[in-house]
Design a protein around this ligand. Structure first.
Ligand code: ARG
Ligand code: ZN
Ligand code: CA
Length: 254
């Protein structure tokens, strides 16, 4: 039995005033709920895992909650909203002085930045991104597009179950895509119990799909399928994540 690790979260809602979006506190909370299902093996859909992989499905043992204290020790909802007139480019979202919002200390909080990154036709150009452990604390956390965050509207089709944040937090917790490098059976994800896989899957594949001489675990949160088709982390991924919290791990202070 592993101790449950709890991580305070701050959500930075960075809104572009000329073309504002709305995201309710409830929509943000619906995402926290999904994370606490997916990282605790409480998501009912993990039962869809094919028999050959079901013994590998892990309760990662990590829980998330909206921060109740800000870095100065004052009460907070864990949600900070700003509006900007500036068109954000590159890393601007991470910096208050550039129209974004400064990170809270990344050794104490998971920083999540929410923004609208749709193109001018309203198409999704970006779902999310993440920084791996050990990087610049000022940009440490994840970014998620508003229409794939949580399970309440407005939501984009295919990415409506909050799994983009689950996937990005997987990266933030040191997980690579399960296929490792595109087009390679050799360059894997440094996790033993995820089968070698040649490249990513998208959409909603049906099991079995085969590459690199074995059936692929495309239903893993670290593949690229639609939200409804990803529903498990493995025990090996859990070990890799939890190593970060050992006395010499990169996220030990959280
Ligand atoms: N493309 C992004 C990444 O690799 C996110 C993929 C999320 N997939 C999903 N079904 N929500 O980090
Ligand atoms: Zn990814
Ligand atoms: Ca592997």
């Amino acid at each position: 039995f592993d101790e449950v690790i709890t991580i305070p979260v701050v959500v930075h809602v960075v809104n572009y005033k000329p073309d504002p979006f709305t995201i309710s506190d409830e929509k943000i909370k619906s995402q926290i709920y999904v994370l606490n299902q997916d990282f605790r093996k409480k998501n009912p859909d993990h039962l869809k895992t094919p028999d050959e992989f079901s013994h590998l499905v892990a309760d990662v043992g990590i829980e998330f909650y909206l921060a109740t204290k800000d870095p100065n020790g004052n009460a907070t909802t864990g949600i900070v909203r700003t509006e900007t007139d500036r068109k954000l480019e590159e890393d601007d979202v991470f910096f208050t002085e550039k129209g974004g919002q400064d990170a809270w200390p990344s050794d104490k909080y998971l920083n999540i930045w929410i923004r609208d990154v749709k193109d001018r036709n309203g198409n999704l150009a970006f779902l999310g991104s993440a920084q791996f452990p050990g990087g610049d604390p000022r940009t440490d956390g994840i970014i998620v597009e508003v229409s794939v965050f949580g399970t309440l509207p407005p939501l984009a089709p295919r990415y409506n179950l909050g799994r983009t944040a689950t996937h990005e937090i997987g990266h933030w917790l040191n997980l690579f895509h399960i296929y490792g490098e595109h087009g390679s059976c050799e360059k894997g994800d440094l996790v033993d119990d995820t089968p070698n896989q040649k490249s990513d899957y998208v959409g909603n594949p049906t099991h079995p799909q085969k590459s690199c001489n074995s059936n692929d675990m495309f239903m893993n949160f670290m593949d690229k399928v639609d939200d409804q088709s990803m529903y498990m982390f493995t025990i090996g991924q859990k070990r890799r994540i939890r190593d970060l919290f050992n006395p010499d791990g990169l996220r030990r202070k959280l």
